[in-house]
Design a protein around this ligand. Sequence first.
Ligand code: UD1
Ligand code: UDP
Length: 363
Amino acid sequence: MIAHVLGARPNFVKAAPVIAALSGTRPGAVDAARAQWVIHTGQHYDERMSEVFFRDLGLPEPDVNLEVGSGSHAAQTAAIMVALEKEFIERSPELVMVYGDVNSTIAAALVAAKLRIPVAHVEAGLRSFDMTMPEEVNRRLVDQLSDLCFVTSPEAVGHLAAEGVAVERIHFVGNPMIDTLLAHLDAFDTDAVRRAYDLPERYAVATLHRPANVDDPEVAAGLVKRLHEIAELVDVVMPVHPRGRKVLTDAGLDAHPRVRLLEPLGYVEFVAAVRGAAAVVTDSGGVQEETTILGVPCLTLRPNTERPITITHGTNRLVTADDVVPAVAETLAAGRGDREHPPLWDGHAGPRIARVVEGWLGG
Ligand code: UD1
Ligand code: UDP
């Protein structure tokens, strides 16, 4: 039996095509469906941060929800570990699959490794080289603990090799988050989103949730000022992540008439909004990738990215608070341009992962 450990919003989007391929419900999937066990850690728990993704993506109901909720890094990671250890001992999975770089990912990898259960990491080898990001700590450790490292872009192979990960553990399979995007293309209805939120033809989407942008009220207030300046150029719609909700609203984010604050959106509605946007301003990892495939200009409010392929083969550009407003103005003037897509971001990563997993378990 294969255990999938999911906990946070981006995990759901990455795991959906892998679970589908392993259960034989997707073209190119493995023939013999293998027993799968979906564990939700409860790291994200609001309906808009969790359940909506299970509905939108057709994910199976979790077999168990550990309901750990929020907490400091140590408290949250430890709570997941204690609960997972009990589950793994009871169920003895033959492989534990983990996704991305969140606390649920490192907690599961650490527990499995100590119990001598093999670990497969989907989205291995990404590096921002910025150890102030909690995700960078998680990424490095998870890759060291993983028997199978599934890589979404070629430079990640080099990062893993440089850290001593044996080459036979590394599998460049493409990007399952893009499988999910391409599988739902027909469902993304931008006009419906325009009508639902009273958006004009031209609008920008903004999302912010990184601790570096939303934890310090002064930094957040500086970004609110920039978002208001952007709203002088173009209407801004912003589904607000719960992490930044209080600090951004306290700083008066909704005071500008051309800024629309929304609850977090479900996957289909969110990507539909992004698809129709003239520009996106974000600090999200997944959104950098989605905009690359949708051909939507993406301005990433971060000093670095673990996804440089979205710059070299996509529409992404790193910006600071000081240059985001002129960057939006330039983007609106330039419009969209066609770019070549990153290799293997073709909608078939899930089946590739499933075949490697089957071969590895079979062998
Ligand atoms: C987590 C991940 C981050 C990822 C993001 C995706 C870690 C260390 N961080 O950040 O890498 O980019 O998810 O969205 O794992 N909260 C709610 N409702 C929820 C979930 C969270 O209100 O359903 C609030 C709580 O106040 C909580 C805060 O958001 O303390 C932060 O949640 P947490 O899961 O710790 O980290 P994220 O910022 O969501
Ligand atoms: N997303 C969504 N609704 C929103 C914001 C994001 O459905 O309101 C989706 C989007 O597809 C994104 C994914 O959730 O790629 C993960 O987003 P998030 O920015 O939370 O996490 P990150 O990728 O930065 O870890």
